[in-house]
Design a binder for this molecule. Structure first.
Ligand SMILES: [Zn+2]
Length: 131
């Protein structure tokens, strides 16, 4: 490998050529060739290297674990609560809206929140689904 141009699985957030823009944080990726699903932008399917990729809305997921980060970068809320969540075939980490949660609880992405003070971009946070 001679650099990023040949690394089809890099995850640097660059918009890959199969997309016209970065999808919202509440979307996963699915390979149209082999059906593999993943999260986070990649330049190609990590299983078969195909570049025929679609995005799909993540619905509800199960909390694997969560934590509170007490010291954060200057433009990130403090404390910052983060959860590792499994949405079917994919697992991701994202900001949690709840003050506390328990592993195994169900969450979904809701709302529009500024995730960093340095940008006006907003995104949903993980919120408990009441049963
Ligand atoms: Zn594939």
């Amino acid at each position: 490998m001679t650099g990023n141009d040949t690394d089809d699985t890099r995850t640097d957030g660059a918009v890959p050529d199969y997309l016209t823009e970065t999808p919202p944080v509440d979307h996963g990726f699915v390979c149209e060739s082999c059906g593999h699903r993943w999260y986070y932008t990649r330049r190609a399917c990590p299983e078969c290297r195909a570049r025929t990729v679609s995005t799909y809305q993540l619905t509800t997921g199960d909390v694997v674990t969560w934590t509170t980060v007490g010291v954060t970068p200057p433009d990130v809320r403090e404390p910052n609560r983060l959860a590792v969540v499994r949405f079917g075939d994919v697992q991701l980490i994202a900001q949690l809206e709840e003050d506390e949660i328990t592993a195994g609880e169900t969450v979904e992405f809701t709302g529009e929140h500024r995730l960093r003070d340095s940008t006006s971009d907003t995104a949903p946070r993980l919120t408990r689904v009441e049963k």
